[in-house]
Design a protein around this ligand. Structure first.
Ligand SMILES: N[C@@H](CCC(=O)N[C@@H](CS)C(=O)NCC(=O)O)C(=O)O
Length: 225
């Protein structure tokens, strides 16, 4: 019997694609990974999702899910393994608050910490040089990390003792914050709850699996269907 797998358009280092791959992996859902280049996006991907961002998941029935949050929720709802707590955003107020904090506060600050050179005008309005501007936004990220740490102190994961969609949604972004300056992060951020949580994911065999390198997907005419 030929099994038709969902097709997943991905970019290895993209934290949004990462969270979606991780959710699918924790849910035990297999997929055909197609690694793309942003300079030459596959036509089939653009046909199904003209906005041109990864991740894009195309289900065997033709349904397209092209927002990482929706893929994570879909994975949770269709999980084949019981260690993924299938929560949805609507069911949980703390989760909703965390998600808003991540997207409206942490990510914009992370972006400015990571790419201060892209915000020269903003920095000059604040009378800060590039370094000070980056550090200002790094400090804003730390405020969020402290909140996460407080949640993680008495429990293993953000929603309790089981991995939830919120862990999977947050982890790749916190990891990205770390890799902006790994040495500084490892020396300066000593929050035990947060570190334990990060280590759990970083050392998890499924994380290693979803971070495996794949050759660039070469599109053939037949894939345009
Ligand atoms: N809101 C989207 C954001 C995805 C996103 O921004 N992906 C970036 C890569 S990290 C992308 O595909 N960019 C396309 C480009 O740079 O051309 C989601 O969560 O799925």
């Amino acid at each position: 019997m030929i099994q038709i797998l969902p097709v997943f358009y991905s970019y290895r280092r993209c934290p949004y694609a990462m969270r979606a791959r991780l959710a699918l992996a924790f849910a035990g859902i297999d997929f055909e990974l197609r690694e793309i280049s942003f300079k030459n996006k596959p036509e089939n991907m653009l046909k199904h999702s003209p906005k041109g961002t990864v991740p894009v998941l195309i289900l065997p029935n033709g349904d397209v899910i092209d927002e990482s949050l929706d893929i994570v929720i879909w994975a949770a709802k269709n999980a084949l393994k019981e260690n993924f707590a299938p929560l949805t955003m609507k069911q949980d107020d703390l989760g909703k608050k965390l998600y808003t904090e991540l997207h409206e506060n942490f990510i914009p600050n992370l972006h400015r910490y990571k790419y201060p050179d892209r915000f020269a005008e903003e920095a000059s309005k604040m009378s800060l040089d590039q370094k000070a501007y980056g550090e200002y936004h790094r400090a804003a990220c730390i405020v969020v990390l402290k909140k996460i740490t407080a949640i993680l102190l008495p429990q293993k994961f953000l929603m309790g003792d089981k991995i939830s969609i919120y862990d999977v949604l947050f982890f790749p972004l916190v990891r990205q914050f770390r890799v902006v300056n790994t040495g500084w992060f490892d020396d300066s951020i000593k929050y035990p709850g947060l570190k334990k949580w990060m280590t759990f994911f970083m050392r998890h065999p499924l994380f290693a699996k979803v971070m495996e390198k794949h050759p660039l997907w070469i599109e053939k005419t037949a894939d345009h269907n």
